[in-house]
Design a protein around this ligand. Structure first.
Ligand code: ADP
Ligand code: MG
Length: 253
């Protein structure tokens, strides 16, 4: 039996007259990597931020780890990790100082170097965020989500704009977080990312969930319905060639 850790029922969000999220329902299971996949404007961030208690909903019910979002938002905040945009970091502080600051916000002692070790940034401990590469920044912002040893981590398009190596590194990191027992909910508009990383996906379009299943089952169902790709597919693609030639090691350092 799978344990439901997030339950969303008939969630709606209106911005003025515009209905950005249209009565969507889904469950996230404990320990899975759950993806919200959709094009820009589909309502992914809106949905995520409502569950994170950072945005008001217009309708619906949400339970997170047994807590009702309407009654116990404070309890929910304690057990989730939320990735901030880079602009949210004080420019004058180095990575260790920032992690301590985050720990202070949660009223928790933190071990900055242990956290930096998890995201492979120990050698950047004294650096400022502005001096990090794109991939390093994303890894650092993921470290900040782990400060309160959350049960659920929310990542909003964490790999957008990264090069292929940095993306793969981030996938590995996200898999490690999950392997440590943390549930991950991630948004993306990259199909390959959703396919490789997510156990289950909700495809969101115009504020509605048009499909929810594992990537494997979605593909099998399409194929069973008689779908065929127009051309013979090669066993590799250009990205495979690129990674093969340039290697998988981290390049941003
Ligand atoms: P996604 O993250 O999937 O790109 P968003 O949740 O950011 O989508 O946005 C969904 C829709 O809601 C978009 O059409 C967007 O323009 C609109 N929207 C988002 N935030 C606001 C806001 N604060 N005020 C008005 N409209 C908004
Ligand atoms: Mg978004």
């Amino acid at each position: 039996m799978k344990n439901t850790i997030i339950s969303v029922k008939n969630l709606s969000k209106k911005y003025g007259e515009f209905q950005a999220v249209k009565s969507i329902s889904f469950d996230v299971y404990e320990g899975e990597i759950f993806g919200l996949l959709g094009p820009n404007g589909a309502g992914k961030s809106t949905t995520l931020e409502i569950i994170e208690t950072l945005r008001e909903k217009s309708g619906g019910e949400i339970m997170v780890a047994g807590f009702d979002l309407d009654k116990n938002p404070g309890e929910i905040k304690k057990i989730i990790g939320v990735q901030l945009q880079n602009s949210g970091f004080y420019p004058g502080l180095n990575l260790v100082q920032l992690l301590k600051l985050f720990g202070g916000l949660y009223n928790r002692p933190v071990k900055p170097l242990e956290l930096l070790e998890k995201v492979n940034l120990v050698e950047k401990a004294k650096a400022k965020v502005k001096d990090l590469s794109g991939g390093q920044r994303q890894r650092f912002s993921i470290a900040t989500t782990l400060v309160n040893t959350p049960r659920i981590v929310f990542l909003d398009e964490p790999t957008t704009g990264l090069d292929p190596q940095a993306r793969r590194n981030l996938w590995d990191l996200i898999r490690e977080i999950r392997a440590n027992g943390t549930t991950v909910i991630i948004t993306t508009h990259y199909m390959d990312e959703a396919e490789q990383l997510c156990d289950r996906i909700a495809i969101l379009d115009h504020g509605e969930i048009i499909k929810l299943d594992s990537p494997d089952r979605m593909i099998d169902e399409l194929v069973a319905g008689g779908f065929e790709r127009p051309k013979q597919v090669k066993a590799a693609n250009l990205e495979d060639v690129f990674i093969h030639l340039t290697g998988r090691e981290m390049r941003e350092e």
